[in-house]
Design a protein around this ligand. Structure first.
Ligand SMILES: *[C@@H]1O[C@H](CO)[C@@H](O)[C@H](O)[C@H]1NC(C)=O
Ligand SMILES: *[C@@H]1O[C@H](CO)[C@@H](O)[C@H](O)[C@H]1NC(C)=O
Length: 265
């Protein structure tokens, strides 16, 4: 290589260097900007049976991710560690039809968690979570069929109200089993069977009804026994009075007799 050739080549290598530097910069910029538009970690979109599906199954999520595409029809968040659903957890998903939250650690659902889904959601899977007690208000206006199986339910009036307020997924009702209950004998039983036999919201009313009945019966018994006592007492009095009256005329007669005798004498 001559000196002249070297002088000629230098600008070319410089140009190449600049070009590759520019490309590197673009790449760096790209990877910096990318996360803003990327999907949450462990999530990916797909098209299933013509429905826009977004899968975040088994993604070690500990909360409902943000940045879910707003045209999603089916959302899978199953097999994660989500412990809690806050108010409006699923806003900006106006086309959502199916929501799978099964196999998480959900123990608490805030009122209004599903409120923006109320009109359009078809199916909601909350099975295999840690639900013990949920207010029916958390599901207000929700038209979706709900799977509530395999949760450690506390069987009480609150659960009865919830079950009567939601539509259960067909054949999932047997999976709602009492883990604890206000009444010992319900533990381990299917909740629908329990409320077929007993109204858990009327237990209190029933006991007050019984108390009322007992009190009324007590009063009634007191009144009756007083009446009986009164009548007996009066009978005694009346009898004595009668005897007295019976004895009177004879005394009078006797006294009259004695007086006539005395006058005769
Ligand atoms: C999703 O969001 C974009 C941008 O905000 C908006 O233009 C679009 O209408 C939204 N789509 C739906 C289905 O709401
Ligand atoms: C409801 O959830 C239980 C427990 O995860 C599951 O076995 C069952 O198949 C579900 N039922 C329906 C109809 O999805």
């Amino acid at each position: 290589m001559t000196a002249a050739q070297g002088v000629l080549l230098r600008p070319i290598t410089m140009g190449l260097l600049l070009q590759s530097l520019f490309l590197l910069l673009l790449l760096l910029l790209g990877s910096c900007l990318h996360p803003a538009t990327a999907f949450p970690k462990g999530c990916y979109p797909s098209e299933e049976e013509g429905l826009k599906t977004f899968r975040c199954s088994n993604a070690q999520l500990t909360e409902v991710p943000r940045d879910i595409p707003n045209d999603t029809n089916k959302l899978y968040l199953d097999f994660n560690q989500i412990p809690f659903l806050p108010r409006d957890a699923f806003r900006d998903l106006p086309l959502l039809l199916e929501l799978d939250l099964s196999h998480n650690a959900i123990a608490r659902i805030e009122t209004g968690a599903f409120q923006s889904l109320a009109e359009h959601l078809h199916s909601l899977d909350l099975s295999s979570n840690r639900l013990v007690s949920v207010s029916k208000d958390a599901f207000s206006n929700l038209k979706a069929k709900v799977n509530l199986s395999n949760n450690p339910w506390l069987c009480d009036c609150r659960l009865q109200e919830l079950i009567r307020a939601v539509e259960l997924v067909a054949e999932s009702s047997g999976g709602i089993v009492c883990d604890s209950s206000t009444q010992e004998e319900h533990v381990g039983k299917a909740f629908l069977q329990v409320i077929a036999d007993a109204d858990l919201c009327n237990v209190y009313k029933k006991t007050t009804d019984i108390a009322m009945l007992v009190t009324m019966f007590g009063w009634f018994a007191m009144v009756i026994s007083y009446l009986v006592y009164y009548v007996r007492q009066n009978q005694e009095d009346a009898r004595r009075h009668l005897e007295y009256l019976k004895s009177l005329p004879s005394k009078q007669r006797r006294s009259e007799e004695s007086s006539t005798i005395s006058t005769v004498v």
